[in-house]
Design a protein around this ligand. Structure first.
Ligand code: ASP
Length: 433
């Protein structure tokens, strides 16, 4: 059996939903269909989920939601009309509007995009609608609860086609709760593990995951195969490819995820797998994250103070500064802090020196961190040299280098202004490996 999740662009309008139907009908094993709320039809368009969040915020401020809800209503009704659905969604829409007006939670409001989308698509596919609050369980802090798998398995036992709305479920006490944004990927992964799917197809609007960010790099190649580990590390260094939390449920059973394009269903897409043959490609991609700042702390005989790195991290956390990774020298510690928002960096350096008894603390200029990711990194042997050579050719200075901390990722920090050039050059270089 295959579980197919269709993202916001795949269900944004009637024409897209027709494509969904033909994809589902082409393969009888596609029997669990997980859907997002209608997304953007074009760049300036609004996502239904965003509109629903706005409605909730308006109610909080005592404003009328009539005009905004009308946009939501007409989007759904227009789709239903164009698909010739007889069972109109009017009642369901009215109920949602009333509940939001009466002060329902933000999670309730946001979840209704997927709920209505699920009702509509189930009708069009002549499939059975399974409400996510019956089978998807979340912990109070919004993580997947283990009970979900069994509930899915029990509920989707028959040889039918099921439609499950993504993005939300309920806590153990029955309160409706959503995952974080983009969370329908997680719902798809839960369903795949619950039914023990042979593959989890994740349908979107690109023919797979690309080797680099297409907004920075011109026409990066799609990745054929990438491991769960690699995708996780790509995401940690900024690649916005797939909801990180959607990996864990399928990873434990080794269910492959196939990222495919609703607009070009014949394209193979990308397979996310447990293991891959690294002789075909040592490196899968290059991603980047910015801006960062390097907080460099010096303390004589650092090794004698095992608690010291933790204490620094904690004091930075209090200032809402997160450290993504660190490099340790003998008597120095370099912490790489995401440099967003207003931070009094000079004051912070002074406080670390004073409160934590550091010999010195300095904060550098803004930098970008690039990650070259691949299971074949170590075996290939030449990747580190190639990366440094490429940066040298472009006269880009290396501010920091982290290799060996992870067996599959090489991190390199460059000045912020060199970010684009470095990413473009490295993306080109790794394609040739
Ligand atoms: N509709 C939700 C969002 O916009 C969830 C999803 O599409 O995965 O974040």
């Amino acid at each position: 059996m295959k579980v197919c999740k269709f993202g916001g662009s795949s269900v944004a309008e009637a024409a897209q939903i027709r494509k969904v139907k033909s994809i589902v009908e082409q393969d009888l094993s596609r029997r669990v269909i997980v859907v997002s709320a209608p997304g953007k039809r074009h760049k300036q368009d609004e996502k239904i989920t965003d509109l629903l969040y706005s409605c909730h915020a308006m109610v909080q401020k005592g404003e009328s939601i009539a005009a905004t809800f009308e946009v939501i209503r007409s989007r759904f009704l227009e789709i239903a009309r164009e698909l010739d659905l007889t069972d109109s969604l009017e009642d369901a829409l009215n109920e949602v509007e009333e509940k939001i007006k009466a002060g329902a939670s933000a999670d309730y409001a946001a979840s209704r995009g997927e709920y209505l989308s699920g009702l509509l698509i189930a009708q069009f596919l002549e499939a059975e609608f399974v409400d996510a609050d019956q089978v998807v369980r979340l912990t109070d802090d919004g993580q997947v609860h283990e009970n979900s798998y069994q509930l899915v398995a029990q509920r989707m036992m028959e040889r039918k086609t099921y439609v499950l709305p993504g993005f939300y479920g309920a806590t153990l006490d029955g309160t409706l709760k959503t995952f974080s944004r983009g969370g329908s990927d997680i719902s798809g992964a839960i369903a795949a593990r619950g039914v023990g799917a042979e593959v989890y197809e994740n349908w979107t609007d690109v023919s797979g995951i690309l080797m680099a960010d297409p907004r920075v790099v011109d026409q990066p190649k799609p990745i054929e195969e990438i491991t769960y580990r690699e995708i996780r590390e790509m995401a940690s260094v900024g690649a916005n490819v797939f909801h990180e939390e959607a990996i864990a449920p399928v990873k434990s059973l080794g269910i492959p995820i196939n990222v495919k394009n609703t607009n070009a269903p014949e394209d193979k897409g990308t397979f996310i797998v447990a293991e891959r043959d690294t002789s075909k490609a040592a490196v899968v991609g290059v991603s980047g994250k910015k801006p960062y700042r390097k907080v460099l702390v010096e303390k004589f005989m650092l090794n004698r103070y095992p608690q010291f790195p933790l204490q620094i991290q904690e004091s930075l956390k209090k200032l809402s500064i997160t450290i993504d990774f660190e490099l340790k020298g003998f008597d120095t510690l370099a912490l790489f802090a995401a440099s967003e928002g207003e931070v009094d960096w000079a004051g912070l350096a002074g406080a670390v020196e004073k409160n934590l008894n550091a010999d010195s603390c300095s904060v550098g200029e803004e930098i970008a961190v690039l990650g070259v990711v691949g299971e074949g990194l170590a075996a290939h042997g030449q990747v580190v040299g190639m990366v440094l050579e490429t940066l040298k050719e472009h006269s880009i200075p290396v501010e920091a280098l982290n290799y060996g901390g992870s067996p599959i990722t090489l991190l390199v920090a460059v000045p912020l202004e060199s970010y684009t050039q470095a990413l473009q050059a490295l993306a080109k270089a790794v394609e040739l490996l």
